[in-house]
Ligand binder design. Structure first.
Ligand code: GLP
Length: 231
């Protein structure tokens, strides 16, 4: 693992935006892997400021809330359409697990087949949950897991409720790429900013166990961690 230590979130988002494009453009016929949430919106804003976008034709999302209306502002499909595709003027195809062709169990299988057919992804963006989740692979997820429907951890529901009008509206389940699915990408770009993520990152790096999802990825040959944390 290569660690890039940055002064703060803004510097980290800038470094991530530049490296994301460098890795995507090293293999422009391959899809990129996108993520959502507060950390990633900073990266997409930097790409927009810099006037950068990948030239690939396809992008795969990590996860999506189960059964959420694709037009809802809280759906990850909506978020990626707004903050990535439209904001950057990127006109390729977004593949979001659990949405469109990828609904239901046959859709999940198709999603895996599409990644296998179009991949490997040149670069996968990754964040980290305060409870150590990666995508929506909650603690205890099988290191060999594939794309599937999962129940969200209470900590995840509490953390992400801020994006919804009330905690009751926060979904209980999601569709997520599995840890083995994520591991297939040629490069992993993990971004961890803020003291509230420090316990989860420290655990994964210094005392990993089978309950630590990130431990499934730390031996990836091309993992870059960009962080403002002193770890
Ligand atoms: C979310 C997403 C993850 C994301 C992580 C961190 O729930 N499912 O893919 O990377 O949790 O989110 P944030 O950047 O908002 O802290």
């Amino acid at each position: 693992m290569r660690i890039i230590r940055v002064a703060d979130r803004a510097a980290g988002s800038l470094a991530a935006a530049k490296l994301f494009i460098e890795l995507a453009e090293a293999n422009p016929t391959k899809p990129v892997g996108l993520a959502t949430g507060g950390t990633m919106s900073g990266v997409y804003s930097k790409l927009r400021e810099l006037g950068l976008r990948p030239s690939c034709q396809d992008a795969f999302a990590l996860d999506e809330y189960l059964d959420i209306d694709p037009a809802s502002q809280n759906s990850y499909l909506y978020e990626l359409n707004q903050s990535f595709a439209q904001a950057l003027g990127w006109t390729g195809t977004l593949h979001v697990p659990g949405q469109g062709d990828y609904r239901g169990s046959s859709g999940i299988e198709l999603f895996e087949q599409r990644i296998a057919a179009l991949g490997p992804l040149s670069v996968q963006l990754l964040g980290l949950g305060t409870n150590g989740h990666v995508a929506f692979n909650e603690p205890g997820s099988d290191f060999d897991s594939r794309t599937r429907v999962v129940e969200l951890h209470p900590q995840t529901r509490a953390d992400n409720a801020r994006f919804f009008e009330s905690e009751e509206q926060m979904p209980t389940h999601a569709t997520t790429q599995g840890l083995a699915t994520i591991r297939q990408a040629s490069n992993l770009l993990l971004l961890v900013f803020g003291e509230n993520k420090k316990p989860a990152l420290a655990k994964a790096l210094s005392d990993p166990d089978p309950l630590t999802p990130l431990a499934a990825l730390t031996d990836h040959a091309n993992l870059v961690l960009i962080t403002d944390l002193d770890i």
